[in-house]
Design a protein around this ligand. Structure first.
Ligand SMILES: [Zn+2]
Length: 324
C-alpha cells in the first residue's frame, strides 16, 4: 500500500493548477517554548513549511505576481507568502528564515501598531494575563471570570478577543480601556515592527502592503471611517517607505461578512492595485480577481498534511477560514 505521504504528494502534484496563483497567509511565528499571548506557529514548523513551499512553488511578491500576470508571464506554480499585522516576530524570526531559504514575502501592516507598539488583541491579552497574581477573579461588564491560573487567563483572553472583535473601533477601544481599568494593567510592551526594521526588510526585497490603521471590521464602520482606515494606512506606509504601496489586506478578510463590494470600490479608489481576502481558494485569473484575491492558511506541521491542506483549500472557492 502506498504511504500516506506519497499519496498526498502525488495527488498534490497532479491537481496543482499550473496557471493559478496560490497566496499563503501567516501571522505570528515564535520559537518553540516561547510563551506568546496569541497563537504562534513555531519557527521550526515555519522553516519546514518554507522548505516545502520552495520545493513546489515559484515564490514571488504580490506586486511581481500581479505585474507578471498582467503581462501574461506568471510562472507555473506561482505562490505569494503573506504575513499579516506587523508584529516584531516578522523581523526577528520570519525575515531571517525567509532569507535563509532565499524567499520573499509580502507583509501587511496595521499601521496603528507602529505608534502604539501593539494592536487591540495584544492589549486585551496583556491586560488579562499580566493581571496581579493575587487577582483570582475578574469582574468585567458585570460578569465574574476566573483568572486564578495561567491557563484560565489564556482562555479568557481568547474569549474576550472573540467577543470584542465584532465591535466598531470606538466601542472596542472603550472596552479595552475598561478591561485595563478592571485589571490595573496599563502598560503596553512594544511588540510591533519599528519603522527602521520595515525599511531594512524592504531593502532586502520584502514587499509591504497596508492592512488598515486599527484593524476594524470594515462592514461595521461608517463609510467615512472605513475610507479613512484604508487611505491613511496606505499614506502612512508610503511616508515610511518613500515608495508607492499598492497592496491591501482586508482586516479579518471574509467577503460578505467583514467587507463587501462597497469597500472593494474604496480600495480601488484609494489607488491600490491588489487586495487580498481570507476567503480560501487559489486565484486562476488575477486580473479579474485583483481586489478580492483568495488566500490559504497552511498550519499543519507534517509535509503530507501541509500539502493536503493546500490542495483542499485551493480547490475551494469559499469557506470559513479564520482571518485576523
Ligand atoms: Zn490582520
Amino acid at each position: 500500500m502506498m504511504p500516506f505521504f506519497l499519496k498526498c504528494t502525488q495527488q498534490f502534484m497532479s491537481k496543482r493548477s499550473e496557471n493559478a496563483l496560490t497566496i499563503l497567509t501567516y501571522h505570528r511565528v515564535a520559537p518553540e517554548g516561547q510563551i506568546t499571548y496569541l497563537p504562534a506557529l513555531s519557527t521550526e514548523a515555519f522553516s519546514r513549511q518554507l522548505a516545502w513551499i520552495k520545493r513546489y512553488y515559484q515564490v514571488l511578491t504580490l506586486a511581481d505576481a500581479g505585474r507578471m500576470a498582467a503581462e501574461g508571464q506568471l510562472p507555473e506554480h506561482a505562490a505569494v507568502i503573506t504575513v499579516d499585522d506587523g508584529y516584531d516576530d516578522c523581523f526577528h524570526y520570519i525575515f531571517p528564515l525567509l532569507q535563509q531559504h532565499g524567499l520573499c514575502a509580502t507583509f501587511f501592516i496595521t499601521t496603528a501598531g507602529l505608534e502604539q507598539g501593539q494592536l487591540w488583541e495584544e492589549q486585551i491579552a496583556e491586560a488579562i494575563i499580566d493581571a496581579p497574581l493575587d487577582c483570582q477573579q475578574l469582574r468585567f461588564n458585570t460578569t465574574d471570570y476566573p483568572v486564578h491560573t495561567f491557563a484560565t487567563r489564556l482562555r479568557l483572553a481568547k474569549t474576550m478577543i472573540d467577543k470584542l472583535k465584532y465591535l466598531t473601533i470606538e466601542q472596542r477601544e472603550q472596552q479595552v480601556a475598561s478591561l485595563r481599568q478592571a485589571t490595573g494593567v496599563r502598560h503596553s510592551s512594544r511588540q510591533f515592527l519599528q519603522p527602521e526594521q520595515i525599511r531594512q526588510m524592504a531593502k532586502a526585497g520584502m514587499e509591504f502592503g497596508a492592512h488598515s490603521v486599527h484593524h476594524p471590521i470594515l462592514m461595521l464602520e461608517q463609510d467615512a471611517v472605513a475610507e479613512q482606515e484604508i487611505r491613511r494606512s496606505k499614506h502612512q506606509l508610503e511616508q515610511l517607505l518613500q515608495q508607492e504601496v499598492i497592496s491591501f489586506a482586508y482586516p479579518n478578510g471574509q467577503y460578505g461578512r467583514d467587507f463587501d463590494d462597497h469597500h472593494i470600490a474604496m480600495v480601488k479608489q484609494a489607488g491600490f492595485r491588489y487586495a487580498v481576502s481570507t476567503v480560501p481558494g487559489s486565484n486562476t485569473d488575477i486580473n479579474s480577481q485583483a481586489f478580492c484575491l483568495h488566500r490559504v492558511s497552511p498550519w499543519p506541521t507534517s509535509q503530507s498534511r501541509f500539502m493536503l491542506s493546500l490542495l483542499r483549500s485551493t480547490q475551494r472557492d469559499a469557506g470559513g477560514s479564520n482571518g485576523y
